[in-house]
Design a protein around this ligand. Sequence first.
Ligand code: NDP
Length: 287
Amino acid sequence: MSAKIIDGKEISAFIKQQAAGRAAACAAAERAPCLAVILVGDDPASQVYVRNKHRACEACGITSLQFALPADTAQAELLALIDRLNNDAGVDGILCQLPLPSHLNEDAVTDAIAPEKDVDGFHPVNVGKMLAGKDCFLPCTPAGVIEMLKYEKIPIAGKHAVVIGRSNIVGKPAAALLLRENATVTVCHSRTADLKETVKTADIVVAAVGRPCFVTADMLKPGCAVIDVGINRLADGALAGDVDFAAAKEIAGAITPVPGGVGPMTIAMLMMNTVKSAEARLGMRKG
Ligand code: NDP
């Protein structure tokens, strides 16, 4: 039997609808939530991401401030802008689109954003709080992965989740969030021995490798849930995930497609984080 296809567009639309409702309540009480997005340089992919974030803000009733800085912007200049936004009571979320031009220090920029406005969830304070299970901004893509599993009522607690990839933005936080949901978690990476055998024991597979067709159908336990975070551009220009979707969907119980899977969730979670930040600032926190 073919797997249930998990529709990231439907789930992200649901999250954005909730965010829009809560944003409207903020606007009615005092002001709309506000997200400041900083883009340094003219990387075409980054420009697309920033444009998509702006459109999502518009759709959700979130004010979007955009700061397009030239590629030769000095570190001190960028940090001064972040400082100004940190101290602006009308700004709820600040994000600096990565990657930055090579002369800029990404860690210093991430660290400069006030944790209570770090809606990307990348600041070390938020990373630490996430690991400690405390209330904080969760990183958008891994939070989107959990949201998809919950929306589809796929059990997490007590299940074996295997995360392939251990980056700071996807693999590690995805593992931490699955653990927080009481899964038994294994993290695989490029040095893992017996990766195939390990994945075969998974009830939930999260693939965040960045290689097309890395996860093949023969690696999957029949009926497992497969969340494909990978976004790979193929030679013909098409997008593909990390999973051999066509074959895997015949084995898995549920699976996300690429595109239309995890991708749309990331921006939806960013919108929700911005709304939550505004609610906290305006004293109307719902959690
Ligand atoms: P990174 O390149 O930072 O990390 C890739 C991970 O995969 C590393 O931990 C690496 O292991 C592991 N890996 C690489 N090769 C192998 C191998 N042969 N066997 C086992 N593990 C391997 O990528 P990201 O985490 O940033 O992104 C992963 C994918 O997710 C990319 O396709 C990216 O485009 C996509 N992505 C999608 C997002 C979305 O919104 N849907 C958001 C962010 C990313 P090691 O650590 O040992 O090197």
